[in-house]
Write a protein of this length. Structure first.
Length: 236
């Protein structure tokens, strides 16, 4: 028995020395069901501070969003965006292969309805309703900028781990939008941040929840899910 224990200890030490850490315990079924996501992939740098970006902090431009490490970088960028052209291009190149989901209609800016889409360059472009299909098809160039800004890199619900539903989200009092797979996931997220917030962080989404609570208590709070199911069944 002593030899067996010694062998296990030596094996673990060897794994650590090779940069591999042995699993200490299996995740429980509850952890699996509630979306324990893969570890966070590397994020590109903020064009202002040269620090990893927060995918919850961005500003829309004609060529798509630019992401920053903190809110304080936005006015610096907006003051002279041309100064950061090279760094913004590098950021976009680094994000090019990262999974993302189209959540807003390029015509109206409202949540997309995945029943309505057109094929463009081998990819689906979603709109919110039948009426927007014709508008987009007649002049896609007119909506190119809006389309570039219509995506989120939050692809999974932080509570259940399923694919997000673009029509189900919470707009936080500090400005961030958090998407869910179904209505009702906002409440458990807020009530058990220690369990679920890591599933946002793993996707590059970092929220200052202390600031959210502070803003909520000041009366700026929107504490319910937005569920726009059925929105896109009318023509504009």
């Amino acid at each position: 028995m002593n030899r067996l224990i010694l062998g296990i200890a030596l094996g673990s030490a060897l794994l650590v020395g090779m940069g591999v850490r042995p699993a200490m315990a299996q995740h429980g079924q509850d952890d699996h069901d509630h979306g324990a996501h893969a570890k966070q992939t590397a994020l590109p740098d903020c064009p202002i501070m040269d620090e990893p970006i927060n995918l919850a902090i961005s500003v829309a431009t004609d060529d798509g969003p630019v992401y920053f490490c903190c809110e304080g970088c936005i006015p610096k960028f907006q003051k002279n965006p041309g100064e950061y052209t090279t760094k913004v291009a590098a950021q976009r190149k680094a994000l090019a292969h990262r999974a993302k989901v189209q959540v807003t209609c390029p015509v109206t800016g409202e949540p997309v309805d995945k029943k309505f889409f057109v094929e463009s360059d081998g990819k689906k472009v979603y709109v919110c309703c039948k009426g927007c299909l014709g508008k987009y098809q007649r002049d896609p160039a007119k909506y190119a900028s809006a389309l570039a800004n219509s995506y989120t890199y939050q692809t999974k619900c932080p509570v259940m781990g399923g694919d997000i539903n673009p029509t189900v989200f919470s707009k936080l009092s500090t400005g961030e939008t958090i998407y869910y797979c179904c209505a009702g996931c906002d409440k458990p997220l807020r009530e058990n941040l220690s369990k679920y917030n890591i599933n946002l962080v793993s996707q590059g989404i970092t929220v200052n929840w202390a600031e959210v609570k502070k803003a909520d208590s000041a009366g700026g709070h929107d504490d319910h899910d937005h569920d726009a199911h059925g929105h896109g069944n009318h023509d504009h």
